[in-house]
Design a protein around this ligand. Sequence first.
Ligand SMILES: Nc1ncnc2c1ncn2[C@@H]1O[C@H](COP(=O)(O)OP(=O)(O)OP(=O)(O)O)[C@@H](O)[C@H]1O
Ligand SMILES: [Mg+2]
Length: 253
Amino acid sequence: MIEVKDLYKDFEDNTVLQGVNLKIGKGHTTAIIGGSGSGKSVLLKHIMGLMKPDSGCVFLEGECVTDLSYHELSTIRKKMAMVFQGAALFDSMTIAQNVGIGLHRHTKMSKREIAERVTHCLSLVGLNNIEQLSPAELSGGMKKRVAIARAIALKPQILLYDEPTTGLDPIRANSINDLIVRLQNKLDVTSVVVTHDMNSVEKVADIVAFLYHGRIHFEGTVEELENSDDQIVRNFVEGIDEIDAVQHNPGAF
Ligand SMILES: Nc1ncnc2c1ncn2[C@@H]1O[C@H](COP(=O)(O)OP(=O)(O)OP(=O)(O)O)[C@@H](O)[C@H]1O
Ligand SMILES: [Mg+2]
């Protein structure tokens, strides 16, 4: 469904993506893992069409979206929705307005239809009777759920999650993982979950791609990841600090 081909992106002298190649299958959940600052959010923004690469392409159902004009891109974007890192709710709006914003902008639905869809999407993420609250009145976990409700409001075929569990305690993180799996089954979407939370990977992912030094260093199932004998993969999975690992195993680097 999505193919990332030879993607390169620099920010001045900071080389972030150095030839990323990745295929994301329809109807599956792919986790993109990698250390902080490895370029996971940058990669997701390229998939979403929010950033242009220096070279390379993101193909969506065979069409290179990175070449498209702003107008052409807007139709593609309706197929995809992103749950941003840190929820990114508008503080001055109510929860209902936050969740309904895309419906107001991109559909001809009436106010009443939008209100119904908003309530439905909130119930899908396990939230009820919070339409008139403001984001400041919600916990971190609830804000993430609202961000997910907003993402599913326009019935996207592809859901991109950027660090959906970061900043949550283990119980709330787990309930977000459960929610991702439940939505995946219920809505039959293609999901891409960016995370550095191995727990989350084990719970939600069919396929894992490990971004390391600007490239996909590993791609496979969760089981293959956990059984990999590649030292760089092992270090990440086991959460060993790289510097520590160099000291213990200098030959691997
Ligand atoms: N708009 C931008 N302008 C300049 N540099 C950027 C921009 N966006 C990202 N970067 C840089 O690109 C690199 C990768 O950033 P990115 O946000 O993709 O990391 P990440 O893997 O998502 O990290 P984290 O796990 O902390 O969210 C970082 O060095 C960051 O400073
Ligand atoms: Mg990020």
